[in-house]
Design a protein around this ligand. Structure first.
Ligand code: ADP
Length: 411
């Protein structure tokens, strides 16, 4: 506007022009935009200070009613068409209410956090939260508040809202599909191990039958030997417990329940996974070596899912050694801790990973086995990543493959 023949705008005109541009922009935005008047909130906060409250964050957390009251005095003074479409029933004027109308209780802390951000001089605040439409429907939203000093000084606040319910729904669906896949893979793995598991359950059952017959013989003597019968009965109890443990392990694997993250000792998880495979390893003449680190921190994960990861990697290791001479078949499981992460490595003495396949190992449906599904490794990766970890594959110096994953230590 500095050209010679262009008349210079008066300050008032310039202001009007900028206001006009702003209004246009406000309307043209693809997202829902709101202009709020929060002047009374400033008064409430000044009053709190006067009462000696210094830690607003703690005060808001302890006094949800105060947070609701701040929303109740925050008024909607303008919205754009997108807001009418998203929140309203077609009538813009209907939307000019107090902010608490749009704010479900569960999102109280988001409002509190945005007030805190504003008073601590942050330029903006954004988060995912739940908001409420005028018809009462609660939806997932990306909420942004902008604290431009000029507007804040006038008690005005700009907020933007993007409806992300589709994305959240899609993510939930994806998680569901992954859970179904993981479940299918566990069940199919159990199928492969059925012979082994049946044998494992059969052992204690056979022992129970033998010990019970022996007990009967001691009882049927002219002078029953009670001490002997007591010892045999105790062994029967121990064997019954062993069989029950095996069954409950299998049941946990076959169960289709939601994951329950808990603080776990990784060595316990590895040992349980190996109990699953003990007979399979024996049957394939594989020597198992456990090299478990001492004093490892706990990790936060679902027990059955982690067992599934370890079992999958170990089953892959055994399958990779199908052509390896039996006396050379070895699986080593290592656990350790470094850089704030717990490490688990499964190393075999098979042929190792073919360089051509290296980059595709974790792809869905990638398999080099005639009866493979190619879902084992992608599922392992998805489980490990769910808990903030990473998984990788390489070849060991000895030539076999090493599949290793890490998980952050739980605080
Ligand atoms: P699947 O076992 O059904 O093939 P996975 O996703 O578990 O599916 O494995 C994908 C592929 O990764 C396998 O087909 C194999 O080629 C390779 N692989 C997995 N584990 C090993 C291993 N220990 N040594 C060599 N190759 C392996």
């Amino acid at each position: 506007m500095s050209g010679g023949d262009q008349p210079t705008l008066s300050a008032e005109e310039a202001l009007r022009e900028s206001e006009y541009r702003y209004r246009n922009l406000f309307q043209a935005m693809a997202a829902s935009f709101w202009e709020l008047d929060f002047t009374p909130v400033g008064g409430m906060l000044r009053e709190l200070r006067k009462q000696g409250v210094i830690d607003f964050a703690a005060y808001f957390a302890d006094n949800p009613a105060f947070v609701r009251q701040m929303m109740h005095v925050t008024r909607v003074i303008d919205v754009n068409d997108q807001t009418v479409a998203l929140f309203g029933n077609g009538d813009k004027a209907e939307l000019f209410q107090t902010l608490d109308v749009y704010w479900p209780e569960e999102s109280n802390q988001v409002y509190a956090a945005s007030v805190l951000a504003a008073v601590s001089g942050k330029p903006s605040y954004a988060t995912e939260t739940k908001l409420r439409k005028l018809n009462g429907e609660i939806f997932d939203a990306l909420f942004t508040a902008c604290f431009a000093p000029e507007t804040v000084a006038n008690g005005k606040l700009l907020i933007g809202v993007i409806d992300i319910s589709e994305r959240v729904r899609a993510q939930a669906m994806l998680r569901q599909v992954q859970a179904e896949f993981a479940h299918a893979a566990r069940v199919s793995m159990l199928g492969e191990l059925t012979a082994s598991i049946a044998h494992e359950v059969n052992q204690p059952l056979a022992a129970i039958a033998t010990n019970a017959s022996a007990g009967l013989r001691w009882l049927n003597r002219a002078e029953p030997d009670v001490a002997e019968v007591r010892a045999l009965t105790q062994r029967i109890i121990a064997d019954a417990q062993r069989a029950a443990d095996i069954i409950s392990r299998v049941r946990a694997m076959a169960d289709h329940r939601a994951p329950e993250p808990a603080r776990l000792a990784i060595n316990g998880v590895v040992e349980e996974a190996m109990q699953f495979l003990a007979h399979e390893l024996q049957g394939q003449s594989v020597t198992l070596k456990l090299d478990l680190g001492k004093g490892l921190p706990l990790v936060l994960a679902d027990r059955t899912q982690l067992q599934q990861v370890v079992v999958n990697l170990a089953v892959n290791a055994v399958q990779a050694m199908a052509q390896t001479p039996t006396h050379q078949r070895r699986v080593t499981l290592r656990t350790s801790f470094s850089d704030g992460r717990v490490h688990v490595a499964v190393e075999d003495s098979g042929p190792g990973i073919d360089a051509v396949h290296q980059s595709r190992l974790f792809e869905r449906f990638f398999t080099t086995k005639s009866n493979g599904m190619g879902m084992g490794l992608p599922i392992c990766r998805s489980i490990v990543e769910t808990y903030g970890g990473a998984i990788s594959a390489r070849n060991a110096e000895s030539g076999g493959a090493v599949f290793a994953f890490t998980l952050p230590a739980a605080h």
